[in-house]
Design a protein around this ligand. Structure first.
Ligand code: GLU
Length: 476
């Protein structure tokens, strides 16, 4: 049976790169009717960030990526790692190293000066049993290092990158167990993947250099290694370097706050490195499961394109029913203070259809529509400069206001008739009057259809705003 895992370290909020790794593992498990395990690799206490475990789990759930097993916490398994590390020492496949941090620092310094690759010089690899006993008697602290073969090569097959071979002389005797008795990533990772029956390891390709060590470790233990698939890195929008905070939101939590829908984020992430072919872009999780194929994952890094994500989010927003969108938007309106009671809630319901086709994220919805909820909204300077060049505009707005005041049925059709009729009567293009009305009523140059928004705004507010525009603009 196929079994995969997502094995994040709790060193921060779930990054989109991690989310994509989780997604590919999840898809692979579902596709093959296998098992998806969540393992928290929390043995490095110095890098632990509080709340990150909670964030990782919440974010995965929000994205719809539930796990079948776990979460397993490595910090609760340290005894297992310790025992197995010592077993390797007994079998002569690993050794105790008593070199002090000061010695290692001096060594690195020396290597740097001489232009050599930094690495441990294997000083303790050949200590005799008596020497080891003596040092232990003195109470010297030690780490356990892996005895990497001194010659030959280590090869593994990667499902995405093909055959990868390194010369063993390029490798060093890495630490397996630290002096505080905690395992390193390498040790705990290999033991767990074996003990938990992981058949396929899918992880970021930054782990490729670690994999030869893992292969050597699997052999040392006499374990069968799993299969590996290293996923392409996610690049910054410029294509240069990894995606990082400098470029904008990077964690799932931040995208949620921006009002990206989980379906959209998942769909976008799926395509970062995998292409299902046939120009397929918009896919539900079920469709992804059907189409997912390890062979179609690329080697090269994929650029994170915020614009494309926002476009995709807009597609998913449009797919929502008015009621669903209302529920999704409500928290953003409450947070912005625009919706605070039954009346404003009802107003939000009314404007949903006006904005559904126009918003890209949920967080931009409140500022984009605030003029429905309050009268003291800002006026775009550019709109004023463009449409209020002369006094004539105010005269026109004044006259149209009079006409609108006479309108009995203040609905889209009635409003449209009045405005178009007015333009015709005065021999002006409708746009000449439509743009300034929009600015006067909303403060903005773009937004929903003018007649629709006027109907929802209501006669009273429309008349009031048209009457006050001259004053308002002057005051600004
Ligand atoms: N704990 C590692 C990480 O945070 C896991 C790497 C792996 O999947 O082996 O990326």
């Amino acid at each position: 049976m196929i079994k995969v895992r997502f094995a994040p370290s709790p060193t921060g909020f779930l990054h989109v790169g991690g989310a994509r790794t989780a997604l590919y593992n999840w898809l692979f498990a579902r596709k093959n009717k296998g098992v998806f395990l969540l393992r928290i690799e929390d043995t490095d206490r110095t890098r632990y960030v509080p709340n990150s475990v909670e964030d990782i789990m919440e974010s995965l759930k929000w994205l719809g990526l539930s796990w079948d097993e776990g979460p397993v916490f490595q910090s609760q398994r340290t005894e297992i790692y310790r025992k197995l590390a010592h077993k390797l020492v007994e079998e002569g496949k690993a050794y105790k190293c008593f070199c002090s941090p000061e010695r290692l620092k001096a060594l690195r310094e020396e290597q740097r000066k001489m232009g050599l690759k930094p690495g441990y010089d294997r000083k303790c690899r050949n200590l005799t049993e008596d020497e080891v006993k003596e040092l232990e008697k003195q109470g010297k602290k030690y780490v356990i290092r892996l005895k990497v073969p001194l010659s030959g090569e280590t090869t593994f097959y990667d499902e995405i990158h093909g055959k990868i071979t390194v010369k063993n002389t390029e490798l060093e005797d890495i630490i397996l167990l630290k002096s505080d008795g905690y395992p390193t990533y390498h040790l705990a990772n290999v033991i767990d993947d074996h003990m938990m029956g992981i058949t396929h390891v899918m992880r970021a390709d930054e782990w490729i250099p670690s994999t030869p060590y893992h292969i050597i470790l699997y052999r040392a233990f006499g374990f069968e290694p799993p299969r590996f698939a290293h996923l392409p890195v996610i690049l910054a929008p410029s294509g240069k370097g990894k995606l990082s905070k400098r470029h904008g939101a990077t964690s799932v939590r931040e995208f949620k706050k921006l009002g990206i829908l989980p379906e959209a984020l998942i769909n976008y992430l799926a395509l970062l490195g995998w292409s299902p072919g046939n120009d397929i872009e918009i896919m539900s999780l079920d469709e992804m499961v059907n189409l997912f194929d390890l062979k179609k994952i690329g080697k090269r890094g994929s650029v994170f394109d915020y614009k494309k994500l926002y476009w995709m989010n807009a597609v998913y927003i449009r797919k929502k029913s008015d009621d669903e969108l209302f529920k999704l938007a409500l928290p953003y309106f409450k947070e912005s203070g625009l919706v605070k009671n039954k009346e404003t809630e009802d107003l939000l319901r009314k404007i949903i259809p006006l904005f559904k086709e126009r918003i890209k994220t949920l967080s931009e919805f409140p500022p984009f529509s605030e003029y429905f909820f309050k009268d003291d909204f800002p006026y775009e300077e550019k709109g004023i400069r463009k449409y209020f060049k002369s006094e004539e505009v105010f005269t026109l707005l004044d006259s149209i206001k009079e006409e609108l005041a006479k309108l009995q049925n203040f609905n889209v059709d009635g409003i449209e008739q009045v405005i178009r009729g007015f333009a015709e009567k005065n021999d002006i293009k409708p746009s000449k009057i439509i743009h300034p009305i929009r600015v006067a009523l909303t403060g903005k140059t773009i937004g929903p259809g003018l007649f629709e928004l006027m109907e929802v705004l209501g006669k009273e507010k429309v008349i009031q705003r048209l009457s006050e525009i001259k004053e308002k603009i002057k005051i600004e």
